[in-house]
Design a protein around this ligand. Sequence first.
Ligand SMILES: [Ca+2]
Length: 305
Amino acid sequence: MISRAFSIKRGLVAAALGLLSCASSHAAVITLTPSKDATIYGASMNQGLPNSSGQDLFDHSNGAGPGLFAGGNGQFAPHRALIEFDIASALPAGARVTSVELTMYIGIVAGSGGAPGLGDQTPRTMDLFRLTRDWGEGTTGANATTVGGTGQGFPANTGDATWLQSAYQQVSWTTPGGDHVAEASSTRAVGSVFGSAQTWSSTALMISDVQGWLDNPASNDGWILINRDETLKQTHRAFYSSEWPDAAMRPQLQISYEATPVPEPGAAVLLVGGLVVMLGWRRSQAPGGGNCCRGQRRPHCRRTH
Ligand SMILES: [Ca+2]
């Protein structure tokens, strides 16, 4: 014979399992555009050595221009793109990120003069690294209407990200060119077709980055995009930035995630109701039932009222 206590426990377990089965668990996909993006610019190099002809772009930034550059220009000056997405405002707290991919669209190719089909035709390998220091976006380049002509950036304003400083005249990078982790989160060989989508595929590190930014928003400094051939001449690509007028061509971060199951209100009511009924039943089965008199000890009380 099943004991009364065991029966009650079994009922509670069944109710809890029922509650969980009623909980809403769902997978979802969301696409974000950057909360900020910018380009930082280095100084001219020639086969790894400073170029005596000189093009020092250390004090240039490009926070609000239409293009994000990664790679070397015609005078061997490297460019790097910074990009960040506001994860915590877009995903529910406690969600589990399952897939992440970044897509950007080519706006211009080094050496093309803005003409599709011309310029650097060699695929350029570009790595995404997680940044470890906050940086400023600023308003430089806001008046530019085309990506062409923005490849050297603009004189930085206080607080803008530059090659040497994460916030111009305020905070320096520990390492010039941007503080980032050593291991790339994702890598892509970028082509040369104007307007083409370039996607950095989901990796365990990409997922880990975004999960970390969701769970600890203060740690979110975004990624830096670095072209492995950035010290070579005319290797850059510019991608349309978050300021580009055509929203469909802006950078897009696609995130797949599973929301943490949340008990539905109706299921919670059923559980509480079930508990009340079971506790009432237990009281009614006690010696003397549920009608003991005030002051009577339960083993001695009787239905006398
Ligand atoms: Ca921007």
